[in-house]
Ligand binder design. Structure first.
Ligand SMILES: Nc1ncnc2c1ncn2[C@@H]1O[C@H](COP(=O)(O)OP(=O)(O)O)[C@@H](O)[C@H]1O
Ligand SMILES: [Mg+2]
Length: 191
């Protein structure tokens, strides 16, 4: 016996072994066409809707599987009823995954991973790592916080998050797909 590690129903069934895919050729084709347009420089947002269990997550999984081997970074977040009380939960999830940080990672690890990522994205300055750290659980010093109003803190933090995502998708063509709250953008080019 072992614990099943999946976060979502689809991840759980993936661990158990998926049923063979039936149909969905037309839907997959539409997603791949949207992706081709993105490669041509046209941004696209895809809204995938349907009743629970109809196969939204599976379709997204099949689509992303077909992009394997390309430089696509999948950033995924879910809006679930039990996460409603955490402010910015989906945004936090996206950035934690982008930085490869587990929930509750220790502040030192948070700081190190932030610095690495900001360097890779060529985002300079003293403030961005502090703001991002504060957002992701490595609290800024009281002196730093005393210099900013709550509104400024929020505004500047979101400016950093925005810049990061823009830099990341500038580096390669970008795509985004959405399930409950799911996005994908290719990673920054490295090396
Ligand atoms: N086209 C399909 N062929 C085979 N199995 C499918 C197909 N679509 C969905 N499934 C299976 O049905 C289950 C529910 O699908 P899921 O994608 O999780 O639904 P949703 O995200 O819409 O709630 C999963 O086990 C999934 O693998
Ligand atoms: Mg689903």
């Amino acid at each position: 016996m072992r614990e099943i590690q999946g976060r979502t129903r689809l991840e759980v069934s993936r661990e158990r072994g998926l049923t063979p895919l039936v149909g969905r050729e037309a839907e997959l084709l539409r997603l791949l066409e949207a992706y081709q347009r993105i490669l041509g420089g046209q941004p696209r947002i895809v809204l995938l809707e349907g009743d629970a269990g109809v196969g939204k997550s599976r379709l997204l999984y099949e689509f992303l599987r077909r992009l394997e081997g390309t430089e696509v970074l999948e950033l995924e977040a879910s809006c679930l009823s039990h996460t409603q009380s955490t402010p910015y939960h989906p945004v936090l999830q996206v950035f934690r995954r982008y930085l490869d940080l587990a929930e509750g990672a220790d502040p030192e690890e948070v700081r190190v991973k932030i610095l690495d990522r900001l360097r890779a994205l060529a985002i300079d300055g003293e403030e961005p790592p502090i703001l991002l750290g504060h957002f992701l659980g490595a609290s800024a010093s009281p002196e730093f916080l005393a210099r900013l109003s709550a509104a400024q803190l929020k505004e500047r933090t979101f400016a950093v998050l925005r810049t990061m995502l823009l830099r990341a998708s500038d580096a390669t063509p970008s795509s985004s797909s959405s399930r409950t709250c799911t996005g994908s953008t290719p990673p920054p080019r490295t090396g």
